[in-house]
Design a protein around this ligand. Sequence first.
Ligand SMILES: Nc1ncnc2c1ncn2[C@@H]1O[C@H](COP(=O)(O)OP(=O)(O)OP(=O)(O)O)[C@@H](O)[C@H]1O
Ligand SMILES: [Mg+2]
Length: 353
Amino acid sequence: MVESNSEIKTDVPENSPEIEPIVELNGVYKIFKQGHLEVIALKNINLTVMPGELIVVMGPSGSGKTTLLNVISGMDKPNAGSVKIKNLDVTRLKDEGIQKLLQYEIGIIFQFFNLIPSLTAAGNIELPMNIIKVPKVERKERVKTLLAQVGLENRARHRPFTLSGGEKQRVAIAQAFANNPSLILADEPTGNIDSVSAEKIMNIFHETMLNNPEKAVIIVTHDPAFRKIADRTLVLRDGEITREIGKLSQSEQNHFTGDITNGDSKFTAINDRHQIAKEVIEGPKEYPKFSEIKKCPSCGSTRILKNFDKNHSSLSIRDQNIIGIVAIACLDCHQVQFETVTLFNIKKDLNLL
Ligand SMILES: Nc1ncnc2c1ncn2[C@@H]1O[C@H](COP(=O)(O)OP(=O)(O)OP(=O)(O)O)[C@@H](O)[C@H]1O
Ligand SMILES: [Mg+2]
């Protein structure tokens, strides 16, 4: 978003010696103690984020997503392990060092906007630059650029209470980018806004990353649509990274079919189907019976809906077995998965062959 140009990001070669990771977590544990109770909020987290990467973090409530961001930003100290931002060991920094880190290197976007009510949109965006004493002319110029980049040129003089939720969040994004940080951390940036504004915000993140390949973004969200723009999606459960999903292919992105509404929960059908097809063809796999699927394959939650997406279910025959593909929607991590299930054996169960 900062140097706005139309260049598409070039892929950063992995393991290149001269490119340093922006974030490096090794064996990170965070334990909260409350009386006799201990909550292990993060358990042996290992994570490396390179420049140009957009990481999405999903997982049920209480799985440690916010704690992960707090540990990365230095706001929470881990009980064990190391946290490095651009090779700087954050766990060794004193308060003043953390403050500098937050002023220069890390921009944070919260779910509830965190804007100062008495300042205008422009004033809020300018604030981080005031704090580090950016000269006035440069500040004003930059506010203008940032407002344009989040599409709010004509809201510069509005105070937060006169802005919609989506607009407030766009101001918060511009504010997080004000001091040109290397790392942006966003905690549920679309948690409180309607789906049209959410999509706009998702696109702002995406464009920002395309235009700033030297930066990295970590977004915590319950919105599966963010998988479309993610280079990697991490699934947290009980403080552990239980799954890491790579970038969706172009065809998967194209097939990302929007929302399927089921009661209060919103899901997006994700085309993991050719993976499933591959498993069906190649095996070997023990196919669970429909009734045996009790957990979300992604996060392990037992709060799942089976076969809710009938349009994407199908039947095929393999080794005289009728195999069905069942869509499973998880009420916790909001992912849709496709599981293969042996429904019955034609020979044994039906005596047909
Ligand atoms: N300051 C704290 N003191 C004690 N326990 C805490 C503290 N902060 C977090 N926890 C606990 O750590 C666990 C992880 O919390 P965290 O806020 O990281 O979850 P989360 O994945 O962000 O959840 P949500 O999706 O609801 O925001 C929870 O069990 C929570 O109760
Ligand atoms: Mg949280």
